[in-house]
Write a new protein. Structure first.
Length: 215
């Protein structure tokens, strides 16, 4: 099982959902993201949100279309995204892809990126990606990882989420590294590129945000 969460970020940044359809995919709408799914002829299995970003007419359409509707008051301790992501993690899927989580308010964007750390905090291996038309973002803890060249997203950047990342090593990259200490705030690992079909990155301490991007 794979879970795709669709939030209510600016629609111009959301890729074509048809590129991510599959037989084992569950689509979940978050607030206005439910409306995006319905307009793409995808019926979400469940919906989460306070739905303060949709009109009354759109909400009525959502209420008719979605049987598993989890509606919350606007005054709550978690964002709609966190509530939906918590539910998704409890299902123990193969992976989670998140759409509609970028653009618009910077506080929501930064919070959504920080939510990627949840599996590491819980000792889970579930992989979460935030995807928009220009970027793919995910978080990794210490270890060695393989990345494949994606011609459409040729730039690969690495940003510490913790105060520092230690032992950073890059192989088969245009700008290789060997056992480097990368403090938060450093731009050393921005806009790298793979020089072969595959490359590896590894580090021994810290938490790393990986960003695959295109211009």
């Amino acid at each position: 099982m794979k879970i795709h969460l669709v939030a209510g970020g600016p629609s111009n940044l959301i890729p074509d959902f048809r590129l991510y359809e599959g037989t084992d995919v569950i689509w979940i709408g978050i607030d206005r993201g439910v409306f995006y799914l319905l307009k793409s002829a995808i019926k979400p299995s469940a919906a989460f949100g306070d739905f303060d970003s949709v009109s009354e007419e759109e909400l009525r359409e959502i209420e008719v279309a979605v049987s598993d509707l989890n509606k919350f008051k606007p005054e709550k301790d978690e964002t709609d995204m966190e509530l939906a992501l918590n539910w998704a993690l409890e299902q123990e899927p193969e992976y989670i892809k998140v759409f509609g989580a970028t653009g618009g308010r910077l506080d929501h964007l930064m919070a959504n990126i920080q939510l990627l750390v949840k599996p590491l905090q819980d000792g889970s291996s579930i992989h979460i990606e935030i995807i928009d038309k220009k970027n793919i973002l995910y978080i990794k803890g210490p270890g060695t990882y393989t990345v494949s060249r994606l011609d459409e997203f040729k730039y690969v950047s690495f940003l510490p989420v913790t105060p520092a990342v230690s032992g950073m090593t890059l192989e088969n990259f245009k700008y290789p590294l060997n056992d480097c200490h990368i403090p938060m705030g450093s731009t050393l690992c921005i806009s790298n590129e793979l020089i072969r079909g595959h490359g590896t990155f590894s580090f021994s301490e810290g938490i790393l945000l990986v960003v695959r991007s295109k211009d």
